[in-house]
Design a protein around this ligand. Structure first.
Ligand code: SAM
Length: 249
C-alpha cells in the first residue's frame, strides 16, 4: 500500500508532508480491520483502498491548479491550506480524512448520519493524532439550518452520497459566499449534473467547469463537479430529506 500511495501521489504531482504516507497506510489498516465487523467499505483489497479511496480523494488537492490551468506540482501548502472544510456524508472518512492527512492545516468537519461510523472516525483521528477534526453525527439537511454551520465553510466536499440535484441541497448551504462545493462524481454524470442546474441557481451557486482526472494505477477516470457560492443560502433551504428526495429543486 505504501508504494502505491507514494508513487500515485508523485504521479499526481502531490508532495505529501512528512509522515503523511505512513498515516494513510495506518488509516488503511484500521479501515480494513474495522471493516471485518462494521460495514465501512466495499473495497477490501489494500492496494485498491490506496487507489480508489486515497488517490481518488487526494485529487481534490490538485483541483485548483487544474482550474487555473497550472498543472504543476502541488507542494504543501495546497489551495486548501488553512481553509475550513466540511465533508458531507463522509462514511469511513472519504474524501475528508485523506485531505486532512495530506493538508494538515485545514480545519475539518466530518458529518454522517450513521452514528457508528462517526464514533469510529473519532477513534481513528485520535490514533493518527489528527488535530482540528470534528466528527459529527447529524443529518446534513438538518445541521445546515444551524447558524453556526450555515454559509460557514470555505469548502464543502462530498462523494457517493446522492444524485447531484439533491446533493447540492445537502452541501451548498454550508459554503460561504465566495467558497466552493466539490462533488466527486463519475465521468458519466453529465446528465445528472445538467438536471441540477436549477438546484445550483436556487441555492445561490454557479457551476464551474468540471475537472476529469485519472486515478493512477487504474483505468478509472473520475470527475470533480465544482460549484462556486455567489449568494447566501435562501431562507427555507435546505428542506427535509423527504422533500429533497420527492421533489429535487
Ligand atoms: N463519502 C464516503 C465515500 O465516498 O466513501 C461514504 C459514501 S456512503 C455510500 C454514503 C454516506 O452518506 C453514508 O455513510 C451515509 O450514512 C451518509 N449519508 C447519507 N445521507 C446523509 C445525510 N442526509 N446526512 C448525512 N449523512 C448522510
Amino acid at each position: 500500500m505504501k508504494d502505491i500511495v507514494t508513487q500515485g501521489l508523485q504521479e499526481m504531482g502531490i508532495t505529501p508532508p512528512d509522515g503523511a504516507v505512513d498515516k494513510l497506510v495506518e488509516y488503511g489498516r484500521l479501515l480494513l480491520e474495522q471493516n471485518k465487523v462494521m460495514n465501512l467499505t466495499a473495497i477490501t483489497e489494500p492496494d485498491q483502498v490506496a487507489r480508489l479511496h486515497f488517490l481518488d480523494s487526494a485529487a481534490i488537492l490538485k483541483w485548483d491548479a487544474e482550474q487555473r490551468g497550472a498543472g504543476g506540482r502541488t507542494t504543501a501548502p495546497t489551495w486548501l491550506a488553512n481553509k475550513t472544510v466540511i465533508d458531507v456524508g463522509t462514511g469511513a472518512g472519504f474524501p475528508g480524512m485523506v485531505l486532512k492527512i495530506l493538508e494538515p492545516s485545514i480545519s475539518l468537519t466530518l458529518v454522517d448520519s450513521l452514528g457508528k461510523r462517526v464514533v469510529w472516525l473519532e477513534k481513528v483521528c485520535e490514533a493518527l493524532s489528527l488535530d482540528g477534526v470534528r466528527c459529527l453525527h447529524a443529518r446534513a439537511e438538518e445541521l445546515a439550518l444551524d447558524p453556526g454551520f450555515r454559509d460557514g465553510f470555505d469548502v464543502a466536499v462530498s462523494r457517493a452520497v446522492a444524485a447531484f440535484p439533491a446533493l447540492c441541497e445537502l452541501c451548498l448551504p454550508y459554503t460561504k459566499v465566495g467558497g466552493r462545493f466539490a462533488a466527486m462524481k463519475s465521468v458519466e454524470s453529465g446528465e445528472e449534473v445538467q438536471s441540477g442546474q436549477n438546484a445550483v441557481k436556487r441555492l445561490g451557486g454557479r457551476l464551474l467547469k468540471p475537472h476529469d482526472y485519472p486515478i493512477p494505477g487504474t483505468e478509472v477516470t473520475h470527475r470533480l463537479v465544482g460549484v462556486e457560492k455567489t449568494a447566501p443560502t435562501p431562507k427555507g433551504l435546505p428542506r427535509s430529506w423527504g422533500k429533497i428526495k420527492k421533489s429535487p429543486l
